[in-house]
Design a protein around this ligand. Structure first.
Ligand code: ATP
Ligand code: MG
Length: 632
């Protein structure tokens, strides 16, 4: 059944969370400074000078100093200076303000968008760099969808809210402050009326915004769960059909659609009342201004000007609109706060496996490796190695083994016995909880991660094919490999013939994980990728497990070739593939219980012997069944 998870919404702005985003603005301080100056200029012109000019014009009309176009006097005071405008200069000034305002507003929009893009791009670069640095243990604990959501959508959401939210908040503040000063300079009594209604806006606006935010979250929560549920139904289509679950899934779909409808209607109801409620407040303000103005106008002794009454209609909008915008922005900021927290939790995560300062100084970090040319012989030593993925659950117990350079060692054992864990430790994807791993008698932590991995060729059960050409895919093994090196690697694993038979040869594009190739061909490409870097240590973890027995012969031939002259560790369930190895380590429950070559282990008549004989029997039974099938 669909499980609807709703995120909690913050109820106040946490500046310490947002402060970590401010550092992205400081990187682009010049954009920010130009923006602030432009917003201030814009507000001065549009929210102060323009209404003051209007006030002067209406006053002139009222006092009868505008008789005709040519006979017009509009007295105007600015910064203590008395200027006398006529109709032409008044219109030029008004037009000038509108034109400059449009240009400056355009510039503000552009710069805000520009800042948005800059912040998003910086955050994405930092997040991507971080996910490259993080260790396997992080990926064990964190679902990939969570990480993708942080890098993809949260970075966009946060930069958007930051640029269009915090920046616009400054603009709103300028508008309110400039309008207040201008308003009071025109008429303090009407200003007080507007101010008296402001608390209502300040209270009602955010309340509505937060309720709308919560309701829209509820709609979004059920809708996004619906999307993932649908994708599950599509991907699991075969299983649904084979289990006859169509009826159940269809009635669940109806249930969810009804839930979306119910939640959406609730949201629409609240949204429908939001604007009318605010309109009511501004209407009440207008009515009060009208009543008070009419009372004041009847008293010539207190010097009330009718022009003030006219311009104050504008001031209502100039004060209320930015306050409402601010409420909008506030709810945006609150709704985005959780995203900031998540991005920052990703960016602030320290990789569990890191090189020491001294090692980085000598070998560089994973992004700038240096001094990796030094050759190694490939002797491996596990010294008192213990390891736990989860605290208190040890999966490798006191492993003590030396693997001599150039030898081939197989690790066998039942599922979950710790074979992959052992090679993961060797690749330093995880580090021993206690004990040491030495390569050529040197603790592998004394050389960098980059150094170690450049010496290891690692082939897994499921070959991973990147989007790109065959050549690109092989060059991922050694980015600066020449075309000759790529071809040599392919020849070594006998895939060159197949590649050159393709119309585009090495430039054949592989997409969607190389669907156009068979599993065996993909595996041979991943072999070529592993050996193009000429590793001293080769690790194969179930490299032949997904391959049918016919292809296995081809792969086995390739394996035999690539292991020559290298220390190699081969993990295999099918024991027939490892009988020729120099040495076989038999693992059970995280302990190596037998150690020898095929012959000596068979002679030992222990666990390996049992495993081998069982497989031998199964193999013969399979052959028997095949034979019977063909005879039928
Ligand atoms: N990422 C992980 N987090 C927690 N426990 C794990 C993790 N990976 C493996 N384990 C546990 O560690 C033990 C050893 O697992 P490992 O993958 O090394 O076995 P294996 O011998 O390679 O098995 P298989 O033959 O099935 O590949 C198992 O009990 C497994 O459940
Ligand atoms: Mg395994």
């Amino acid at each position: 059944m669909l499980d609807i998870k709703e995120e909690k919404i913050a109820n106040k702005i946490n500046f310490s969370v947002w402060s970590s985003v401010f550092k992205y603005i400081f990187k682009h301080a010049w954009v920010f400074i130009i923006l602030v100056i432009s917003m201030f200029l814009n507000t001065l012109l549009y929210d102060s000078l323009r209404p003051l000019l209007n006030n002067a014009a209406v006053n002139a009309l009222d006092k009868g100093t505008i008789i005709s176009w040519t006979n017009s006097k509009i007295p105007f005071t600015i910064l203590g200076l008395n200027i006398e405008l006529n109709m032409t200069t008044f219109l030029i000034a008004t037009l000038g303000i509108i034109v400059i305002n449009s240009i400056v507003t355009g510039a503000i929009m552009f710069l805000t968008h520009y800042l948005n893009v800059l912040i998003m791009s910086d955050m994405r670069k930092d997040s991507f760099k971080k996910i490259q640095e993080l260790s396997f243990s992080y990926y064990d604990k964190t679902p990939s969808g969570w990480i993708i959501a942080r890098v993809q959508s949260d970075t966009a959401k946060v930069s958007d809210t930051f640029a269009w939210g915090f920046i616009q908040l400054i603009w709103c503040a300028f508008e309110v402050i400039v309008t207040l000063v201008t308003m009071f300079s025109v008429d303090w009594r009407l200003s007080l009326i507007i101010l008296a209604f402001v608390p209502l806006i300040i209270v009602i606006g955010p309340i509505f915004e937060v309720v709308i935010l919560k309701l829209s979250r509820k709609v979004r929560a059920v809708s996004s769960n619906y999307v993932s549920w649908i994708s599950e139904c599509i991907n699991g289509n075969k299983t649904i059909k084979s289990l006859g679950l169509e009826d159940k899934t269809s009635s669940e779909a109806v249930e969810i659609a009804d839930e979306i409808k119910k939640r959406s209607i609730k949201l629409a109801n609240v949204q429908a009342f939001f604007r009318p409620a605010l309109n009511l407040i501004s209407t009440a303000t207008i009515a009060t201004i009208m009543i008070v103005s009419s009372i004041l106008m009847k008293r010539p002794d207190i010097g009330f000007e009718i022009a003030s009454f006219v311009v104050f209609f504008n001031f209502i909008g100039q004060i209320y609109n930015p306050l409402l915008d601010a409420a909008d922005i506030l709810s945006d900021i609150l709704s985005t706060q959780a995203s900031v927290e998540k991005i920052m939790s990703l960016l602030n995560t320290k990789p569990e496996i890191q090189d020491s300062k001294e090692v980085i100084e000598k070998y560089g970090d994973i992004f700038n490796a240096k001094n990796c040319e030094e050759k190694i012989k490939g002797k491996i030593e596990f010294k008192n190695v213990c390891f736990s993925y989860l605290e208190g659950v040890e999966v490798i117990h006191n492993l003590n083994k030396v693997i001599e350079e150039g030898t081939s060692v197989a690790i066998v054992g039942e599922t979950g016995s710790g074979k992959s864990t052992t090679v993961n430790l060797l690749c330093r994807f995880y580090e021993p909880t206690s004990g040491q791993i030495l390569i050529d008698d040197i603790d592998y932590k004394d050389r960098s991660l980059g150094f170690l991995r450049s010496k290891i060729g690692f082939v897994q059960q499921t070959p991973f094919i990147f989007n790109g050409t065959i050549k690109d895919n092989i060059k991922y093994g050694k980015l600066d490999a020449t075309d000759e090196e790529v071809i040599d690697a392919c020849k070594a694993v006998d895939i060159d013939g197949f590649i050159t038979s393709l119309p585009n040869g090495y430039d054949t594009k592989l997409e969607d994980g190389g669907n156009e190739l068979s599993t065996g061909q993909k595996q041979l490409i991943s072999f070529a990728r592993a050996i193009v870097r000429k590793p001293s240590i080769m690790i194969l973890d179930e490299a032949t497990a997904s391959i049918d027995t016919e292809t296995e012969a081809v792969i086995q031939k390739a394996i035999n070739k690539i292991l020559v002259g290298r220390t190699s560790i081969i993990i295999a369930h099918r024991l027939s593939t490892i009988v020729d190895c120099d040495r076989i380590l038999v693992m059970k429950d995280g302990v190596v219980i037998e150690d020898g070559n095929h012959k000596s282990l068979m002679a030992l008549n222990g666990y390996y012997h049992k495993l081998y004989m069982n497989q031998f029997k199964e193999f013969n039974i399979d052959k028997q069944i095949e034979l019977e099938d063909t005879l039928k």
